[in-house]
Design a binder for this molecule. Structure first.
Ligand SMILES: [Zn+2]
Length: 158
């Protein structure tokens, strides 16, 4: 019966279809859970529960709801894949990568400074070696064994 969408002006959103209820024109889920993405709502409902999602969406400003739903969908999918750590698992892996790469970058920058010091033609005080400009600022990385000796380079956008 549901195959004949011409009976309805709009096909029900994924949430209402999942919950088997009528999708009203003011349905809070409809803009964010289109019928062609049924798994998105199924995941979010399984992890957070439809009523909690509805409450949360009502508490959030309309222009923030899409981001909120995307965040919930990401978290729900991660939690289903990894019931223990959820998206924290992915965040931890990425944080460890950032720390590892930061250390690699630190040691490479330290090498660059050493090479600049032993170059034979560096004598002119008017031409100091250029500061490394590849510093990658990390909000998480407090482990900075080399201090801020070369943080003055700046301008290292990506
Ligand atoms: Zn709906």
């Amino acid at each position: 019966m549901a195959s004949s969408s011409s009976l309805y002006s709009n096909s029900p959103c994924a949430a209402c279809k999942f919950l088997r209820r009528k999708c009203m024109p003011d349905c809070i889920f409809a803009p964010y859970f289109p019928p062609e993405e049924p798994q998105k709502f199924a995941n979010v409902h399984k992890i957070f529960g439809a009523s909690n999602v509805s409450k949360l969406l009502n508490e959030v400003q309309p222009h923030q709801r899409e981001d909120a739903v995307n965040s919930l969908a990401y978290e729900a999918e991660a939690r289903i894949k990894d019931p223990v750590y959820g998206c924290v698992g992915a965040i931890s892996v990425l944080q460890r990568q950032v720390i590892t790469l930061q250390k690699e970058l630190d040691s490479t920058n330290a090498d660059l400074i050493r090479y600049n010091e032993i170059l034979p033609n560096h004598g002119g005080s008017s031409s100091p070696p250029p500061p490394p400009t590849f510093y990658y600022p990390s909000p998480w990385n407090n482990d900075d064994p080399l201090g801020d000796a070369y943080h003055t380079g700046g301008g290292g956008n990506i």
